[in-house]
Design a protein around this ligand. Structure first.
Ligand SMILES: C[S@@+](CC[C@H](N)C(=O)[O-])C[C@H]1O[C@@H](n2cnc3c(N)ncnc32)[C@H](O)[C@@H]1O
Length: 238
């Protein structure tokens, strides 16, 4: 009989990704993707956080609460392997026996009510189970290897954002500054997430749509992909 445990979330992540589509496939891939970890009724939170701001990066341990799969598959298609299947435990698939996510993010601000982080791969309202400091002396393993094509810059798209969108970008930057109390270069952030090529792998060769929409902060990025370039058509307030 498997041992059972009871787990309660310590908070919720408010993030720039209202939906799964467009959320980076791994943390730290796109700068400018902000999230706030907001604590829920956590006694002694100020004491628990004491010392955390001494670390530039933290681990978030979280729950894939938006999984919709009904059955668990033992083999999955990692996006970077062009259709090849691998065992679930060799991947970072959200669909696991215990759907627990693990993300390293940059810690920008640590207050008694929330943590502000950058480089997030969680959708909005994801439950947070735990927070740990990233320890460079042990978590960064210099001789670690993987034979899969995991290069951060592999298969990146070029991104074009026309100067006619500058006004809108300034406007949304202002909204984000108010919401997160933090300034960011939004044009760069949009470019970062589109360069990751958010399209589902199966549709890259044979598109099922002419244009795509990613929900980002309080607006939608409308874009098309032509010759390995993502071209932003419009930014639309949601
Ligand atoms: C491949 S997983 C990797 C997550 C984590 N870095 C890990 O390795 O455990 C990242 C994807 O999870 C999905 N995701 C993010 N938040 C989620 C949530 N709350 N529930 C279900 N899926 C989520 C998004 O589609 C995102 O692109």
């Amino acid at each position: 009989m498997p041992t059972q445990f009871q787990i309660e979330s310590i908070g919720l992540a408010k993030t720039c990704f209202p939906q799964k589509f467009g959320t980076p496939r791994q943390a730290g891939l796109a700068k400018g993707c902000l999230g706030k970890i907001i604590f829920q009724n956590q006694n002694d939170i100020t004491s628990m956080l004491d010392g955390l701001k001494d670390f530039s990066h933290i681990w978030l341990v979280w729950w894939f609460d938006q999984n919709t799969n009904k059955v668990l598959k033992s083999k999955v298609h990692p996006p970077m392997l062009d259709g090849e299947k691998k065992g679930l435990f060799a991947t970072r698939s959200p669909h696991r026996p215990n759907p627990i996510g693990l993300s390293v993010v940059r810690l920008l601000e640590c207050t008694k009510d929330y943590l502000l982080v950058d480089g997030i791969d969680l959708v909005d309202q994801t439950p947070i189970l735990d927070i740990k400091p990233y320890l460079p002396h042990t978590d960064s393993i210099k001789d670690a290897t993987a034979t899969w094509p995991l290069d951060k810059n592999q298969n990146r798209l070029s991104v074009e954002i026309t100067s006619s969108l500058e006004e809108k970008i300034k406007h949304f930057e202002n909204d984000i500054r108010k919401e997160y109390n933090h300034s960011l270069n939004l044009k760069e952030a949009i470019s970062n997430i589109l360069s990751l090529d958010p399209r589902p792998v199966v549709y890259k060769e044979k598109p099922y749509k002419d244009d795509y929409k990613i929900a980002f902060y309080n607006f939608d990025i409308q874009f098309v992909v032509e010759n390995n370039t993502a071209i932003v058509k419009d930014l639309l307030l949601r």
